[in-house]
Design a protein around this ligand. Structure first.
Ligand SMILES: Nc1ncnc2c1ncn2[C@@H]1O[C@H](COP(=O)(O)OP(=O)(O)OC[C@H]2O[C@H](OP(=O)(O)O)[C@H](O)[C@@H]2O)[C@@H](O)[C@H]1O
Length: 262
């Protein structure tokens, strides 16, 4: 995927079934990895040339055929791009657990091209305070993609983004070459944010999904993350750290995450 897009991300994950009725949202438990919402197979064929766009094709043998995605319209990657039960279909579990390396400095400073910058997000489409606000100021077009994902592709009331999932957004802001990673660890924010134990429960499956989406994006150079959940979400960093370091790395996943703290 070329580093700079024109920023007009067409949401090629439009689904015929968009606007479905209410769905019950549950908080995933640490031991029952959430079955990612299935990529809808009811997507229409591209009538213009009869070709099924990758985003309209059901996942092939367990995973999206991402190769064709690069030739297709630019877009984000999310749970909708993963096959049902994707976690069991993901490569073999290795004996390695995720390792975190700490770096002193501003997450954004001199982030290399195609580096993924990761933060914790709510599913309401708001980057209103904290580091999220900085993300919004520095990557306004990426913010628009996140917001539209939460409020147009999903509907916070009737078909919300599920906590415990993730979203990655390619470089779309002019002059910027970084990807943005969103870990949905709490549905709401502020006083309505999830309880710390729910945020922690969501962190593991969200991170597992992020690692799989990174593997599929196949262009990301390094992975930088702030101390997610430890500020406005009110979860002691050590607890999030323990949850992250307990993740067993699958074949093809990044095994190291850089944690940047000011
Ligand atoms: N430039 C920088 N480089 C490196 N580290 C930086 C930094 N700037 C701040 N940090 C640190 O990054 C950690 C996270 O701190 P945060 O409180 O922001 O995030 P969180 O994950 O606890 O909570 C998420 C919810 O907060 C937001 O705001 P809203 O809900 O919209 O109101 C979202 O939208 C979510 O909902 C803290 O250690 C900060 O010191």
């Amino acid at each position: 995927m070329p580093p700079h897009r024109d920023g007009n991300i067409t949401n090629s994950f439009q689904r015929k079934s968009e606007g479905q009725g209410k769905t019950k949202t549950e908080e995933p438990t640490a031991n029952s990895p959430r079955d990612a919402p299935t990529a809808s197979s009811s997507r229409e064929e591209d009538k213009n040339n009869g070709k099924r766009r990758i985003s309209d094709s059901p996942p092939t043998d367990e995973r999206c055929n991402v190769k064709a995605l690069k030739a297709d319209a630019p877009t984000h990657l999310s749970s909708k791009d993963l096959a049902p039960n994707w976690l069991t279909a993901t490569g073999n579990v290795t004996s390695t657990t995720l390792s975190l390396s700490t770096h002193q400095g501003d997450l954004f400073d001199q982030a290399p091209p195609n580096c993924l910058l990761v933060h914790a997000c709510n599913t309401q489409g708001s980057w209103g305070a904290g580091i999220a606000r900085t993300f919004r100021e520095r990557y306004p077009k990426a913010y628009t993609i996140y917001r539209d994902f939460c409020t147009k592709e999903h509907n916070p009331r009737y078909s919300p983004v599920l906590p415990g999932t993730a979203l990655i957004i390619p470089p779309v802001d002019s002059g910027k070459s970084q990807w943005i990673g969103c870990l949905f660890t709490s549905a709401k924010y502020g006083k309505a944010k999830a309880k710390p134990e729910a945020i922690l429960r969501n962190t593991t499956p969200a991170m597992q999904m992020l690692l799989e989406l990174i593997r599929q994006a196949d262009e990301i150079t390094e992975l930088r993350m702030c101390k997610i959940n430890s500020g406005l979400f009110g979860v002691p960093w050590e607890e999030t750290q323990e949850a992250l370091e307990s993740i067993k790395v699958r074949e093809g996943w990044r095994a190291n995450v850089e944690i940047w703290e000011p």
